[in-house]
Design a protein around this ligand. Structure first.
Ligand code: SF4
Length: 324
């Protein structure tokens, strides 16, 4: 059903030829080299299903299912599989978080948390809401692009209200890669949820053939801003095995981000262009032709370490750049 909605939406948006690559399998997937864990998720897993890479944030894998399947998915090792990386025991997760007062927010992810029933999400919250040092509960989801009808479920109102009454903020992190994915239905649901106190952020992935165009991304971020969704991350595509053909050259990525910024007003320029790398979230910066980055790896390692590497023409990822 969600595939039908998405197909109709991208066709009526006028961007079918670009957006079909989000969901349509391609022969290139068999030839794309890479890794299935580009960001060191396995190494940062502290109890089954919970990653603790950044001191303040826990990333909780609640399901291995999504409403559809993005061909560029960075969690190909999990999504659509019966993965043993999904949290089996939320009491154990809560016990870990309870012992880590530095963790102030948890991101429910997977997979897409909104494929779970609201009753199931409520049960997960039973474990998380009593933790006093948690300030916000985030939900990472592409459901507003694939199936906004999911948010017609009236029991969600009570779920978000519970989060509010527990003194925490509910944040939905949408995943719109392209203005053609932002349907009238999605806009309506977002406005209604905002009126219930839910905050919204958006993350996008820079994708060859889909959105490697400053005009498109600026229009996407401007639309997000208009409907009350703060553009948050623009991810450099990761070298995922079976999906690295979606990567855009770093040189082009920097040109695109400059082009986006030229088209947005100051209050719309809230996105960060980052690589979600093993070392943290390096942000390709200025001073071309060197690539400057700030490592944000936390936990046992130093944060905010500024480093640079010389640019090489074919580079799409930090590891493609030589040290020195
Ligand atoms: S929504 Fe996220 S986790 Fe789900 S298939 Fe797409 S990229 Fe993968």
């Amino acid at each position: 059903m969600s595939q039908d909605f998405y197909r109709e939406q991208i066709a009526s948006s006028g961007y079918y030829d670009q957006l079909k690559h989000v969901v349509e399998p391609s022969i290139q997937e068999f030839e794309s080299p890479g890794s299935l864990d580009t960001s060191g998720e396995h190494d940062n897993t502290v109890v089954p299903g919970l990653e603790h890479k950044y001191a303040q944030t826990g990333s909780l894998l609640v399901t291995d299912r999504c409403a559809s399947y993005c061909r560029y998915c960075f969690r190909k090792r999990i999504v659509g599989k019966d993965s043993d990386e999904i949290a089996p025991d939320f009491a154990q997760v809560a016990q870990y978080i309870g012992g880590h007062p530095e963790m102030t927010n948890v991101l429910l992810s997977g997979g897409d948390p909104f494929v779970l029933s609201t009753a199931r999400l409520d049960k997960i919250l039973d474990h998380l809401l009593p933790i006093t040092h948690l300030e916000s509960i985030r939900f990472g989801t592409k459901m507003l692009a694939y199936e906004p009808k999911r948010f017609e479920d009236s029991t969600l109102t009570a779920l978000f209200q519970r989060i509010d009454e527990a003194g925490k903020t509910a944040i939905i992190v949408t995943h719109f890669d392209h203005i053609g994915e932002i349907s009238v239905d999605a806009e309506r649901k977002i406005r209604s949820l905002r009126a219930q106190g839910v905050q919204f952020l958006n993350q996008s992935v820079l994708l060859a053939k889909v959105n490697e165009d400053p005009e498109i991304l600026a229009a996407t971020f401007a639309k997000c801003h208009q409907i009350g969704v703060r553009p948050y991350y623009l991810f450099q595509g990761r070298p995922v095995k079976g999906a690295s053909h979606f990567q855009v050259l770093l040189r082009r990525g920097l040109e695109i981000t400059r082009g986006i910024n030229q088209r947005l007003s100051g209050i719309q320029k809230t996105f960060k262009y980052i690589m979600s790398h093993y070392t943290g979230n390096p942000r390709p910066g200025r001073r071309w032709p060197r690539v400057y980055a700030i490592s944000s790896k936390q936990g046992s390692r130093k944060i905010g370490k500024i480093f640079s590497r010389p640019h090489v023409e074919a580079a799409c990822w930090l590891d493609d750049l030589p040290e020195g």
